[in-house]
Each structure stands twice: as C-alpha cells, then as structure tokens.
Write a protein that binds this ligand. Structure first.
Ligand SMILES: [Zn+2]
Length: 387
C-alpha cells in the first residue's frame, strides 16, 4: 500500500459508522497500536487487520486519524484518543472534559465527532481519576450510563492505586455497573504495574470479574489481560504511550534528563523492553541477541543506538512485529484455560532465559548491570491460573 499522498487526486469521501453500530464486536480480540499523532499517519504493514488496529492519540489525534483513513487509505479498526486525561482531572460534577471549543458542546458531540473523523468506536472524554476519588469515579458511571449510543467505549484513566487491595473492590463494583464497554488506562510515573506487588493479580481480577473490559496505552500487560478474557487492549509504540502520568506532573527520566532519546526495543526472548543505549553497552563485548522478524532478518538487536528517525522507525517496526507475532500465536489457542496456560508458560520460559543470557554476555557476576526480569513478567509467569 502506498503511503505517498497524491497531490492531484482528492481523497475519497470517508465512509463512517453511525452510533447504532456496537463497539464490542468491532474490538473483540484485538491488540491495538497507540500511535502518536505527531507522526505523519501511515499504514503499518506489521499490523494484522484481523487481530489489530490503531489508536491515534495526542494533540490533533482526530485530524491525523482522518488523514490515516483518507490519504493513507487505512481501512482497519481505528480509535481516536485525544487524551483529555493528560490535562484534565475528573470531578464529581464534571467527570468528562467538555472543552470550550464549540465543536465539543456536549459529550455526545465529542463522541459523534470521533466517528465523523473515521473512528470505529468512540471513547468518552473522561478526565484523570485521581487516587481514591470515589465521587469522580461514580460520576463517570452516572454520566456514562446516560449515553444512548451503542458505539461508546467508556474510558477510565485511573491512578494505579485504584488497583490496590483497599480500592479494587470498589473499582470492580463501579465498572460492573457501567453498561458500555470500558477502557482502563493506568497512570503513574514509570511502569504502573511495578508500583506494588499485588497490582498484576488485581488487574487480572478486574478483567475476570467484569465483562467487556479493555486495557489501553499499556505494554505487555495488554497480552496478559487478553489471555485472561479482555475485550481488547492497546500497546503504545513509544514508552510514553505505554502508560500515562497525571495532569500537571512532568515525566521523570530514569538516570538523567535531556539529551537525545533512543528507541526502546522489545526483546523477543526475554519479553522485556530495553533502551537502545543499554543494549549497545550490554552487547559491547559479546555477540548481540538477534531477531528473525521481517525487519531484523537475523540482525543484532544492539543496532538501534542512534537518534535518527529511520532507526526509530526500524526499532518500532521490530517491536510491533514481535508482539504481533505473539498476538497471532495467542489467537491460535482457544480462550480459557489453554490460552492462559500458554501465556503463563511463555512468560516463565522468558524469565528462565535471563540467567543464561547474562552468563553468555559475561554479566553473570554483576546482576545489577545485567538483564533483569521485570516484576510484572515474573508475576505473569507464576500467578495461579483460574479456569
Ligand atoms: Zn526484529
């Protein structure tokens, strides 16, 4: 498919779905890719039309989504997430952001506007739901249940503390009362799933107990919830799109701020994301891990330590191809106990590979500087499976 817009021909008129077309069947079983609307929209060959789709997010997400549909000719599943939760906090009186812009006079208009721009289903413009703010959470439920449309996905951008032992019961109760499909997004600096030990288990519980739940803007947690019965999920193409931070907070950097940024790379054997800079240094004196995906074709994974756009695109393609492969593999296992067992065994096998890889590259004696299995991966590898 060509991504080059033709200067002479007008883009074809956009066919849109009206509000009577239900969201759930369109999204069922998909792992979507969150794309930042800053980038020129293009179709990604790595995405499988039957199992994936795109969430266009960020400023001008609607405009970029429209271009993706028209100029780039994308026909797959598409959501538009204008990310109001990055600047707006939900309150008991106004859980949804209704900007002063005339186009968004009401929530219904905001939903209809997304559809007119080519979205397959519409996301509510919910504000960030801060820790233990039960009144705001209940207000989302109340207002969401007034929406008379079949195409709506109620977005729930919650602080990760909602998944703690003290709050999970209330979160489940409220979600169960929302009569539309729901989309959870987790807020916290760094990896929300690493905040406390019981979060991966409680996230699974939420997805097991409530129907039509999805998890957007995440990382491999997308696959964990899919294995455990989620409606759909979404993985961010960049690390900033794999979680969100509360309005008013600045993203904190690991060791140092500023300077060029390098891609984060999904490691196929170890099932973790690793920065290109650390990969280049870990593999400085050893043969790098290689990858057989279409993009890498057997080349080493230490090659992304460059700040240019082409390298980033190559790294992104590698990452999308890698997890897409896992999504297809998962789809080959019947939902339920078989799929859950497959996923647990896959995570356990990855955890077991860390020691070997560290030995191979001569990092065995200093585990702190070596590869370390992320705590959520260890949880997915060991949590008990329920039928
Ligand atoms: Zn690759």
């Amino acid at each position: 498919m060509s991504n080059t817009p033709s200067p002479r021909r007008r883009p074809p008129a956009l066919k849109t779905l009206d509000h009577t077309v239900a969201a759930a069947p369109l999204l069922q079983g998909r792992v979507l890719l969150h794309e930042n609307a800053l980038n020129i929209p293009r179709s990604r060959h790595a995405l499988d039309d039957d199992l994936s789709g795109v969430v266009m997010t960020g400023a001008k997400a609607d405009e970029r989504a429209f271009q993706l549909r028209t100029t780039a000719g994308y026909n797959g599943t598409l959501l538009i997430d204008s990310a109001p939760y990055t600047t707006y906090t939900a309150t008991a009186d106004q859980p949804f952001m209704v900007p002063p812009d005339e186009l968004f006079a009401s929530v219904d208009d905001s939903l209809a506007f997304q559809k007119a721009r080519g979205a397959s289903a519409a996301l509510t413009p919910t504000g960030y739901i801060s820790p233990a703010n039960s009144r705001a959470l209940k207000a989302v439920m109340r207002e969401a249940n007034r929406i008379e449309r079949a195409d709506t996905l109620v977005s729930l951008p919650i602080d990760v503390t909602w998944l703690n032992r003290e709050n999970i019961g209330q979160l489940i109760a409220v979600c169960a009362k929302i009569r539309h499909p729901k989309a959870i997004m987790l807020f916290r600096q760094f990896d929300p799933l690493e905040q406390t030990k019981d979060i991966p288990a409680n996230l699974r519980r939420l997805f097991a107990e409530v129907e039509h739940m999805s998890l957007l803007r995440t990382d491999l947690a997308a696959l964990d919830v899919m294995a455990h019965g989620a409606l759909c999920a979404g993985i961010g193409v960049q690390s900033s799109l794999r979680h969100a931070i509360p309005p008013g907070e600045k993203p904190q950097r690991g060791k140092r701020g500023g300077g060029p940024t390098y891609p984060n790379v999904l490691m196929p054997q170890l099932m973790c994301f690793k920065g290109a800079e650390s990969l280049a240094s870990l593999y400085a004196n050893a043969d790098p891990a290689t990858c057989d995906c279409e993009e890498c074709d057997g080349r080493g994974l230490d090659r992304f330590f460059l700040p240019d756009g082409e390298t980033r695109q190559e790294a992104d393609n590698h990452t999308v191809l890698t997890w897409s492969d896992w999504v297809s593999e998962m789809a080959g296992h019947p939902a339920g106990i078989q799929r859950k067992t497959w996923w647990r065994d896959k995570c356990a096998a990855a955890v077991d590979r860390y020691a070997l890889e560290n030995q191979r590259i001569g990092q065995g004696a200093s585990p702190r500087s070596a590869f370390q299995a992320p705590p959520p991966l260890k949880a997915w590898a060991t949590l008990p499976i329920t039928p």
